[in-house]
Design a protein around this ligand. Structure first.
Ligand SMILES: [Zn+2]
Length: 413
């Protein structure tokens, strides 16, 4: 699988190089397709990648340009070896031949690899479970520090949702509460317990022994790095320590995503209208070097990386809420962010010095004097803004500018 993923990445880079060199009038899908066919014939190791997966790379590459032209992201770039998420696409579902062998396990055919066992985590329209035109239309293999994962693309016919009759709610990504809801139904992380000082964001998702292990590994990595001379290669031991750190972080990420999925499903089922703040795009782009799975080696562990993770997590929560509310017949609305945490939700005034500290909000308006949880206050303000008709209408195609990490804004050349 690793070989296939590297071939896919190399193919992307070749394609990008070829595309950038070609005069504008010669750039077309057919020419790119012919170039890929020729490259696969001439370069042995590119042949390692199944032909369909190579086609999928081409398709993704064109989609990347379309996203760029629509203004959603910057121009595609080369994929760097150790910063790229390894993935291989299987664009067609007919040869997968999925069977369930056990309550927890299934088997699937992976092109050029063979029959592989996978963990069965969700109902799939296979065999007796498939109704009517329900079917699997493809799959995608993605690698993180803990191993390879397969996700299936599924086509299922569903009746459109009835209009949701639940109440509306404002949500704030809190400092003290992960998700503060305007009706006080706050959603906190369950197990494992949070750190007392509320700092290390990633630590929230690891239990005390795991946290101690992570700290020890980080110290060991720092020590080993000290002994590395200038320009010297990373030693196998240091690399091993880095891998162990990545694995623990991948574990934390998985737990975070799991919690997000469960919480957003709960919110979408319960509430009809969900109101959130418009994302702070600039601070999201300015993330720590590297990604969560592949952290940059010189990043200060406590500050930049963790901040970026919490912001990314919020972005992911919003994305999940958007499609989950739509599926339940509800809707997600965004309101402008400035001032929501400084205004009093009881009297509506913004008085200087109102926010006492991170946790409690105390209104300094002499006629009001309301005090309460600061995150809850912000969530109520967000809902008020929506009810007064301040919801932002996303412009087509330019709604949320979210660049993939590592991609710089396109500049004029
Ligand atoms: Zn007040």
């Amino acid at each position: 699988m690793d070989g296939q993923a590297h071939a896919a990445r190399a193919l992307w880079n070749c394609l990008h190089d070829w595309w950038s060199m070609l005069p504008k009038e010669k750039r077309c899908l057919a020419a790119a397709d012919a170039a890929i066919r020729q490259a696969r014939k001439e370069i042995d190791w590119l042949g390692m990648l199944p032909a369909q997966a190579a086609q999928a790379v081409l398709k993704t590459y064109f989609q990347a340009w379309r996203n760029c032209w629509d203004g959603r992201v910057g121009a595609p770039t080369f994929k760097v070896r150790n910063r790229t998420v390894m993935s291989v696409d299987i664009p067609q579902g007919r040869d997968l031949n999925i069977t369930r062998v056990h309550r927890r396990w299934g088997m699937v055919n992976i092109p050029k690899v063979g029959r592989v066992r996978f963990r069965w985590t969700k109902e799939l329209p296979v065999g007796k479970r498939a109704r009517g035109d329900d079917r699997i239309t493809g799959a995608r293999l993605v690698k993180d520090a803990l191993g390879w994962h397969i996700s299936f693309r599924v086509q299922i016919l569903e009746a459109g949702p009835e209009p949701h009759t639940g109440p509306d709610v404002g949500i704030d990504a809190g400092v003290n509460l992960p998700l503060a809801l305007s009706d006080g139904n706050h959603q906190d992380h369950g197990r494992p317990p949070r750190l007392a000082d509320g700092t290390a964001d990633q630590g929230k998702w690891l239990n005390p022994p795991e946290k101690a292990k992570l700290l020890g590994l980080e110290r060991r990595a720092a020590r080993r790095k000290q002994h590395r001379g200038r320009g010297e290669k990373t030693s196998r031991r240091l690399q091993h320590t880095y891998d162990q750190i990545k694995q623990l972080r991948a574990k934390a990420t998985r737990r975070a995503v799991d919690w997000q999925h469960k919480t957003t499903t709960y919110i979408a089922e319960r509430y009809s209208i969900v109101v959130v703040e418009q994302l702070h795009i600039k601070s999201m782009v300015k993330s720590a070097r590297g990604t969560i799975e592949e952290p940059g080696h010189n990043v200060v562990q406590k500050s930049g990386l963790n901040r970026s993770i919490s912001q990314e997590a919020w972005g992911r929560t919003v994305t999940m809420l958007a499609y989950k509310t739509a599926r339940q017949g509800g809707a997600l609305h965004k309101v402008p962010a400035p001032g929501t945490s400084l205004r009093c939700s009881a009297c509506g005034s913004t008085t200087p010095g109102s926010r006492k500290d991170q946790a409690t909000f105390v209104c300094k308006n002499p006629d009001c004097g309301w005090s309460g949880n600061a995150d809850w206050n912000a969530a109520r303000n967000i809902l008020h803004l929506y009810r007064r008709g301040h919801a932002l209408v996303p412009a087509a195609g330019r709604a949320v500018v979210r660049r993939p990490r590592g991609v710089k804004p396109a500049t004029a050349r």
